[in-house]
Write a protein that binds this ligand. Structure first.
Ligand code: TRP
Ligand code: ZN
Length: 917
């Protein structure tokens, strides 16, 4: 890919205006062109990498009133003609206009119909500068792009033979020269011409206004989007696709056509996505009064996609993983994720599209808010408690790690080299936690008032995080000035809580202190950090009866470094439940006895804290056990924990999904965070010991529960059945840890008899950990059955990559030579290499073989797909947390990558941050 030029030896179908340049003219245009746009992502020796700074924001020199785009689609040579009507920004006096453009083969540029001479414009790295422009004019550019060789999946590319675009964050400049920045919003009219045979379907944003056949076997369609939008929301899709249709009637009784476009063989897998979309549309009307605004809403599923999905106006493009589902191919978790991602992209129509970001530093304005909205949606569809636990587990496993390493950044970053590197857990998930705090403080109604004011003030404009915060504050007459710190400071605050009981006065006091653990490396957002506003939801429980002491429950606001909150009128020392519902994104530090934790596990009325007490207790004991392993001690299952586990197991008052979570031990990656030096081997041994000993201790209860849960008859997809399967598979995992012939055949039987992917995959993952003939039998059978379904084959790769078997690295290496493995497909790379990096004990194998494997693949992928490679290489970001041998090994791999000639800037940025941390 790097420094390549598009091959023009055989121009094929680059026609425009019905006539267009003959190959001869086309060649002439090229010869007259002095500068080639270099591959933007690679670094030449002379090119230095300048970060973009938030503080450098300047409004654009010109605005764009409208744009007309013409596409003559061709795999190797697509001709893109853009006519943009520009008008000088009244606040600026410059007659110079910089247009962004990357990997474009310029054919011509004209202003108000007059072709420009080379002296009238300059081509430079990453764009074109036009000089001496009038106050308003029409700029017409013609460029050639090559979709089939574009493996970066940014700009216009081909996937499974279809054309598709991805423009966020800065992919539009790989399609045409433009003011490719989110504060330049304009209306689009898009004409697409393509071969009728290979591209029967041609889609873009908005409404289709005309369609006709051309006389050369091609056809033409015109789309018009009435809503002004930034370029990152542009989309074009063309190819051989089939449509699953539905409708939605808005509250104002407008009919909206819903269309889900997929490859023909997938047409039977779209109903769940359609229903999810209808539910999302209804929910946004009910909860936020937000209705859809066009007459058509399209979703296209593609196999090659760097992220989950993209909210292009009226034409979402999705990773097929988040669209396609049948019970035989998708797990309950997949169904849930599809519903959540469909909702997320739909909710962007208001939070992101109608109101968008002024600049990319404001990304959390749309992402944090939209994640919060999709979380609330899922909570309403399923169980709020379980959803909260799942989300906080994800935050702790992903965002907390990011926020304590080289990529630590505020939810509104101060600088970036590649914006694509800042689509992070911090911007998305921590961003959503900040929004949740407004909601916690203001209540649902106050939050809604803030949202209403936000749309009233900012509809159809590009704004900042400060604008959102102001709307929340002004609508409720509160002061959110201190919340600014949440946007400018990196790192996870620690909330230390101590208690005091004054028996004579009947007073119980909680002293809360906040601080930031130091972050080395001087990352932006870590200097001079100040206390942040923390809404801490607290409850007191009667230590005798276990009942809630109602008058003392509520939210306290900690706005300073330290505060003491006193609760009076008590006759005995209560048990406090602190940070209920995880009301602020902090690490809670509170010395608690094992008895208190066991008490909260049994009695807390707040489900989140009930679960969290169990996790805290398990963490303490597992860390002790890991130390024991290291010191060669004989391990023993804690009686307290065993008792607590038994109580959860037999508690019939909780729903089965909650019970599944409460019975699950913290993941090794979350446990590791609590160690001074992460010791993956001792941790793994300790956790395995606990799993096995718990299974032995409760073998008969677990066996009975498994039978009881399994005897549910035929497959059903309702919430009750989903919860049941979730618990059943947690129970099966314990039984499988027994590793007896009986337990192996139990797992194998479930694998063989399962009538749904949830049960099948659960059994397969358990078998994948074992060294028994049933393992290979199952893997072979699974592959044979699903070999034509790439999303299921992704699962087949992933279960092997996350196996705890000692030979996992060898297996992963072997799998990279499998005919179905391909570095061009991000889902496949993530399912093998990405999944492997999440396998803490095997990725961090002491001899460094896992590290070498990752570095080799980063280097294999980086030039073709910088975004994907940069995500993979981030697995090294925690290297400072390991022992010296591992640190050195990882550091050496980072250096090897850093020294790679022409390394793409995405990987460069991650690796340099890591090396200088
Ligand atoms: N805006 C998308 C979302 O969160 C994210 C996204 C999709 C994206 N594709 C991308 C971000 C490519 C960067 C690059 O819904
Ligand atoms: Zn989003």
């Amino acid at each position: 890919m790097r420094a390549k030029t598009i091959n023009h030896a055989a121009p094929t179908t680059a026609f425009f205006n019905g006539a267009g340049p003959t190959p001869a003219i086309s060649a002439q245009i090229q010869r007259s062109q002095s500068t080639q746009s270099p591959e933007p992502n690679s670094l030449t020796a002379t090119q230095s990498i300048q970060p973009v700074l938030r503080s450098d924001y300047q409004p654009p020199a010109y605005w764009i009133d409208n744009v007309e785009l013409d596409f003559d689609l061709d795999p190797r040579e697509t001709l893109v003609t853009a006519r943009i009507s520009v008008r000088r920004n009244a606040q600026q006096s410059s007659s110079t206009l910089d247009l962004a453009g990357e990997n474009l083969k310029l054919q011509s540029v004209a202003v108000d119909g007059k072709r420009l001479e080379q002296t009238q414009y300059q081509l430079r790295d990453g764009g074109m500068t036009l000089l001496d422009l009038p106050e308003s004019c029409v700029i017409e550019t013609k460029v050639l792009v090559s979709p089939v060789t574009n493996k970066s999946l940014s700009g216009l590319y081909q996937t499974s033979g279809n054309f598709c675009t991805q423009c966020e964050a800065v992919g539009f400049r790989r399609i045409t020269y433009f003011l490719d920045r989110p504060d330049v919003m304009t209306t689009y009219r898009v004409t697409i011409r393509a071969d009728k045979q290979t591209c029967p379907v041609m889609l873009s944003n908005g409404n289709r206004i005309s369609q006709r056949d051309l006389d050369d076997g091609r056809h033409e369609v015109v789309w018009e989007d009435p809503f002004p939008k930034p370029s990152y929301l542009f989309a074009l899709v063309a190819g051989n696709l089939k449509c699953h249709r539905g409708t939605f009637t808005t509250r104002d009784c407008r009919n909206v056509a819903l269309e889900i476009w997929v490859e023909p063989q997938n047409i039977d897998k779209c109903e769940h996505a359609l229903v999810s979309l209808q539910k999302s549309m209804k929910w946004d009307e009910d909860v936020f009064g937000l209705q859809y605004d066009l007459d058509i809403y399209m979703i296209v599923a593609v196999n090659d996609f760097n992220m989950g999905a993209m909210e292009n106006k009226g034409l979402n493009v999705f990773n097929s993983k988040y669209v396609l589902a049948l019970p035989d191919t998708a797990t309950d978790e997949d169904y849930m994720l599809i519903e959540a991602v469909i909702a997320h992209e739909y909710f962007h129509n208001w939070t992101g599209n109608r109101v968008t970001c002024r600049d990319w530093f404001q990304l959390t304005l749309k992402e944090g808010l939209t994640v919060f909205r999709d979380q609330q949606f899922t909570a309403d569809q399923t169980s709020a408690a379980v959803k909260r636990i799942d989300d906080v587990s994800g935050l702790r496993a992903g965002q907390f790690v990011e926020d304590s390493g080289p990529m630590a950044h505020p939810i509104r970053p101060e600088s970036y080299i590649s914006m694509d590197n800042f689509y992070t857990a911090t911007v998305y998930r921590k961003g959503a936690e900040i929004i949740r705090m407004y909601h916690t403080i203001l209540g649902a109604e106050g939050f809604r008032r803030g949202m209403d004011l936000y749309f009233q003030r900012h509809d159809n404009s590009a704004v900042t995080c400060d604008d959102f915060r102001a709307a929340m504050a002004d609508a409720n007459n509160v002061n959110f000035d201190l919340f600014d710190r949440w946007y400018s400071q990196a790192g996870t605050p620690e909330l230390t809580v101590s208690e005091a009981w004054d028996a004579a006065k009947g007073e119980y006091a909680l002293t809360m202190t906040q601080s930031y653990p130091p972050l080395p490396g001087g990352n932006p957002g870590t200097e001079g950090r100040k206390p942040v506003p923390l809404p801490v939801r607290v409850g007191l429980l009667d230590a005798e009866s276990g009942e809630e002491i109602e008058q003392h429950g509520g939210v306290v606001m900690l706005q300073t470094e330290s505060e003491t909150y006193t609760f009076g009128g008590l006759t005995a020392k209560p048990i406090a439940s602190v940070l209920r519902g995880f009301s602020a994104p902090v690490r809670l530090r509170m010395q608690r006895s094992n008895q208190d934790l066991a008490f909260l596990m049994a009695h807390d009325t707040d489900s989140f804290n009930r679960w969290d007490a169990g996790q805290t207790l398990a963490t303490k004991l597992l860390l002790d056990a890991a130390t024991g392993v290291k010191n060669g001690e004989k391990l023993k299952l804690s009686q307290e924990f065993s008792d607590a586990f038994g109580r959860v197991l037999s508690d019939d008052s909780v729903d089965e999904a909650f019970k599944a979570l409460a019975l699950t031990l913290p993941r090794e990656s979350v446990l590791g965070q609590e160690m001074d030096v992460i010791d993956p081997d001792s941790l793994h041994t300790a956790r395995q010991f606990y799993r096995t000993r718990l299974a032995e201790t409760f073998q008969s209860e677990l066996t009975a529960l498994y039978k009881n849960l399994a005897a549910d008859g035929a497959y059903k997809n309702d919430q009750k059945s989903i919860n049941r399967r979730r618990l059943k598979n947690v129970v099966l995992a314990y039984l499988s840890a027994l590793e007896t012939p009986e337990s192996v055949s139990l797992v194998a039987d479930q694998f063989n008899q399962a009538d749904n992917m949830t049960d099948k995959q659960a059994a397969l993952s358990l078998l994948a950990n074992l060294d028994v003939p049933a393992r290979d039998e199952a893997l072979t059978a699974f592959y044979k059955k699903y070999q034509s379904d790439p999303l299921v084959i992704d699962k087949w790769f992933a279960v092997q990559a996350v196996s705890s078997r000692a030979d996992t690295i060898e297996q992963v290496k072997q799998l990279t030579t499998h005919p179905d493995f391909s570095v061009d497909n991000p889902n496949r790379v993530r399912s093998l290499i990405g999944a492997f990096t999440q396998n803490q004990v095997r990725f961090h194998q002491a001899d460094g073989a896992g590290y070498k494997l990752l570095a080799d693949y980063v280097l294999k992928i980086e030039s073709a797909n910088p975004q994907l490679a940069a995500r993979l290489v981030a697995a090294f970001n925690s290297y400072r947390r390991f022992d010296e041998t591992r640190q050195t090994q990882m550091q050496n791999e980072l250096k090897r990558i850093a020294e790679h000639p022409g390394l793409c800037k995405d990987v460069h940025e991650i690796v340099q941050r890591a090396l200088h941390f």
